[in-house]
Write a protein that binds this ligand. Structure first.
Ligand code: ZN
Length: 287
């Protein structure tokens, strides 16, 4: 499932190709996603210029000239594929033509610069909705999100306050989008390893030293993942088919029974499943 780095990679790729371009036409092949594509979608989007492409948490926000915003979520397997409409070649061809069945092309956008952008989603947990810019503050998906973990929004004082107030485990808390936006299972595991905190530690028991390390680790792990183009496990690739490389640097995720990679630690990586999600951690150096 794409987490913040993968969604940000997707946003940046989209931005590069579609900013200031006009959507000449849209083809809705199959409106059935997690939510059905709204009936007014085609009418309000066709002919519009893309003003900007932003991201909030794992939502991609595509701003249109007419004050509407397309809110896209990739769900489990959603992806944008970008292709030159007037040649047979896909940009970075192997990506689209060999690996993704066109029967899962839900939406096709035809742009003024001869580009076609396809939204493909085999598992259909992603969605496309439409809202007015003026109503985004009260949008049900966006209004309750916690601070963004990249940049300066996420303050150490906020982490101190929130962790003190809950008896939930720190890993559960990290993955709660109302606490922090965009972190899922993979990055929660990696962040907690770097911070030397055991995933099942009760949040209110974290020391100030723990929280200091956690604060730094959140930024470090996500920035590094973003720099490497995200993590390509299963089928994530950017919209022009580039694989991410952060999976090559996983320290704990999917490393059960392997030796801990921390210098001078002789521990082994353990795997414990709770609530359907696997936690990976070192028994020796994460406390
Ligand atoms: Zn260790």
């Amino acid at each position: 499932m794409p987490e913040l780095p993968e969604v940000e990679v997707t946003r940046r790729t989209l931005l590069k190709f579609i900013e200031n371009k006009v959507i000449k036409n849209i083809k809705i092949n199959n409106p059935n996603l997690r939510f059905k594509i709204p009936a007014n979608f085609k009418k309000n989007v066709t002919g519009q210029k893309i003003i900007k492409v932003l991201r909030r948490s794992k939502y991609i926000l595509i701003y249109l000239k007419n004050d509407y915003v397309m809110i896209a979520h990739l769900g489990m397997s959603g992806k944008f594929l970008i292709k030159n409409n007037y040649s047979k070649d896909f940009l970075k061809t192997s990506y689209y033509s060999n690996e993704f069945s066109s029967k899962h092309n839900h939406l096709e956008f035809f742009f003024s610069n001869n580009l076609k952008v396809i939204y493909n989603d085999p598992r259909r947990f992603g969605f496309f909705l439409l809202d007015k810019i003026s109503k985004l503050d009260v949008n049900k998906f966006l209004s309750k999100l916690g601070p963004e973990p990249l940049g300066k929004d996420l303050k150490k004082d906020y982490l101190i306050l929130k962790t003190k107030a809950t008896q939930r485990t720190i890993k559960t808390l990290l993955m709660d989008q109302r606490f922090i936006s965009g972190i899922g299972n993979i990055y929660a595991n990696e962040i907690l390893f770097l911070a030397k905190i055991r995933p099942n530690k009760i949040s209110s028991k974290l020391s100030l030293v723990d929280i200091g390390r956690l604060h730094l680790s959140i930024g470090k792990v996500l920035k590094r993942a973003l720099k490497l183009g995200g993590s390509s496990i299963k089928d994530f690739k950017s919209s022009v088919g580039e694989k991410g490389r952060f999976q090559n640097e996983f320290k704990v995720y999917d490393r059960e029974d392997l030796k801990c990679l921390r210098t001078r630690c002789s521990g082994l990586i353990a795997r414990v499943v709770s609530q359907g999600r696997a936690s990976f951690f070192c028994n020796e150096c994460q406390n």
